[in-house]
Ligand binder design. Structure first.
Ligand code: UFG
Length: 321
């Protein structure tokens, strides 16, 4: 039996594939729209195709004995989602509904879904639990929340068993140094700062210095991509053993760091000095997003292994290469 990883050539998907290899047979479906062939592991069966393509899915579920689907394939930029909402609803919602439909038709019932802190919107408290109200403030967050709701209905009607994982800020790179964070264009803070420190960008812009935080810049919860990957495997094994079904879990370190603090740590790790420009707020950014991951710790024993400095060190190693 194999695991189908949709979006296995993307950042978090490829790191999860690395953890799965050796334990499980893996089939990757990716259209390479935002993923990269160089992130693909040699030990997987790769199918290039679209999530919403019924023909591709029929063939895939017929040719391979799929036990579970890990679904990373999505557009995931908040700003872009505001400008191109229909693309987000098409790719993140409609295509995922097609995927679920095909799973049901082919008798595949385990689903691990990549969701996001963006489902919470502007939370009414600093430490976010899974009970915190979900009020997404952009199409990206809404597209992910819609699928969470679809999953609850599909579980009820067809017996789909799912785990929703709401990631906070993924960062870092694989210990091997072989794969790491790559986006084109890059919009995420850690790679941008490291690219600047490597001389690949003139400066860093800090978006907003007047937030209600200790130093006025936004606070986020950075979590190592391999810690995220391992949570997927625990979730799958929980589903496979029948120990859990239809759960939502936050994934973060439970510690918040400001944009300025991230730049400081990047400077320390690289031994280089950054040139920083203070810019206006970026629309749609909540001031503080920090996860309580107590629930997944209690239910699945998941605990992040990497602290901020180690996250940045692993990313620095990758970007320096
Ligand atoms: N930032 C800067 N300068 C930059 C880039 C980012 O100051 O050049 C700031 C942002 O304004 C934000 C923080 O750094 O305050 C982190 O920004 P990222 O773009 O790295 O990450 P986000 O918090 O915006 O995004 C992450 C995920 C999204 C998810 C979102 C939920 O990448 O998928 O959290 O809020 F939707």
């Amino acid at each position: 039996m194999a695991i189908l990883v949709c979006g296995g050539a993307g950042y978090i998907g490829s790191h999860t594939v690395k953890e799965l290899i050796g334990k499980y047979e893996v089939v990757v479906l990716d259209n390479l729209s935002t993923g990269f062939p160089f992130l693909l592991d040699d030990n997987v069966t790769f199918v290039e195709g679209n999530l919403g393509d019924e023909r591709v899915l029929d063939q895939l579920f017929t040719e391979h004995q799929i036990d579970a689907v890990f679904h990373f394939a999505a557009n995931s930029l908040v700003g872009e989602s505001v400008v191109k909402p229909l693309m987000y609803y098409q790719n993140n919602v409609a295509a995922t509904v097609t995927l679920l439909q095909k799973m049901v038709e082919h008798g595949v019932n385990k689903f691990i879904f990549s969701s996001t802190a963006a489902t919470y919107g502007i939370p009414d408290r600093d430490l976010i639990t899974e009970e915190t109200a979900t009020n997404p403030i952009n199409p990206y967050g809404r597209s992910k929340l819609m699928i969470e709701q679809v999953l609850a209905d599909a579980a009820h009607a067809y017996g789909v068993k799912y785990v929703v994982l709401r990631y906070f800020n993924a960062a870092g790179a694989h210990a091997s140094g072989e794969i790491g964070e790559s986006h084109d264009p890059e919009t995420h803070l850690v790679p941008i700062v490291l690219q600047h420190l490597l001389g690949q960008r003139d400066k860093i812009s800090v978006f907003g210095t007047d937030y209600e935080t200790a130093d006025g810049t936004c606070v986020r919860d950075y979590i190592h991509v391999t810690d995220l990957a391992n949570a997927h495997i625990l979730a799958y094994e929980g589903l496979a053993k029948g120990n859990l079904a239809n759960e939502v879990f936050n994934l973060g370190n439970g510690a918040g760091y400001s944009v300025k603090e991230i730049i400081d740590v990047c400077e320390k790790v690289s031994g280089k000095q950054a040139t920083v420009e203070y810019a206006d707020r970026r629309p749609g950014d909540p001031a503080v997003l920090v996860a309580s991951s107590e629930k997944i710790n209690k239910v699945l024993g998941w605990k992040p292994k990497f602290k901020l400095e180690e996250i940045i060190e692993s990313a620095w190693k990758w970007h320096s290469k």
